[in-house]
Design a protein around this ligand. Structure first.
Ligand code: MN
Length: 251
């Protein structure tokens, strides 16, 4: 890192930008880092190689819930790469589909992933839980030997409280900080459990794809919620990320 770390985008689909190298240009010079999630185990080696050439990228091994039905055959590959991958994502459950086969495959894939990560320990999971928040919290269970981050959480404040009680973190993006529903969740999440993300390029900001630099847009909103300066809000989320790495034994 050429300059001290200032902020981290803990959930970004770096491999889905038209030119990932261009997207990350100047990122480490700006003091930013990114957890580069992937959607299927078969693409993880490419992201791992890409990350080896960029000091601001933490590569993550994932199997996205919306691909669980078609890609469950890659679970063996997931288990193989999980032996050495510290960061895991995107994984989770998605309750938008009511097709029983889809839901069954998601549940089976996510349960297997959580079991693998529990058995190895020391993993950082960035977890999708759209319309499935209670079920995600249930599958992960009351105690998990690692760091669980609920990404762009949109469940109820009651489930958020339960997740807090179970030691989970929350990664917030500019849309979430700007929305009443997002602020209602942040009201029940302690400051020391909040991380930042963009979910680019899926998430949009003013009609364009979000990029990792957009994490900086979270800080004015967090600052007003927490009654601190934007720079203090930034420092808090950075300290929280460092706390996560310490829990994992990475630093
Ligand atoms: Mn995502």
């Amino acid at each position: 890192m050429s300059v001290p770390l200032r902020a981290v985008d803990t959930h970004c689909h770096v491999d889905l930008y038209p030119d990932p190298t261009a997207t990350l240009r100047n990122l480490s010079a700006a003091g930013l880092a990114v957890v580069a999630v992937t959607n299927t185990p078969s693409v993880f080696p490419h992201m791992r190689d890409f990350a080896a050439e960029h000091d601001c990228v933490y590569p993550a091994l994932g199997l996205h819930p919306e691909l669980a039905l078609g890609r469950s055959s890659e679970l063996a590959l997931f288990d193989e790469y999980a032996r050495t991958a510290t960061f895991i994502g995107e994984v989770g459950l998605d309750g938008v589909s009511d097709d029983p086969r889809t839901r069954e495959a998601q549940r089976r894939v996510f349960t297997s992933i959580v079991d693998t990560c529990r058995n190895i320990g020391g993993k950082f999971l960035t977890v999708h839980s759209r319309r499935a928040a209670a079920e995600v919290v249930e599958v992960i269970g009351p105690s998990f030997p690692g760091v669980v981050v609920l990404h762009w959480f949109s469940g109820s404040p009651a489930i958020a409280k339960e997740a807090v009680a179970r030691g989970m973190f929350f990664s917030v993006n500019p849309s979430m900080v700007g929305a009443n529903s997002g602020r209602a969740i942040l009201a029940v999440v302690p400051r020391d459990r909040v991380l930042t993300e963009t979910d680019g390029p899926f998430a949009k900001i003013s009609g364009r794809a979000a990029v990792p630099d957009d994490v900086l847009s979270c800080f004015p909103g967090l600052a007003s919620l927490w009654h601190v300066s934007p720079d203090e809000a930034r420092q808090t989320t950075l300290d929280n990320f460092r706390d996560c790495l310490q829990r994992l034994g990475v630093v």
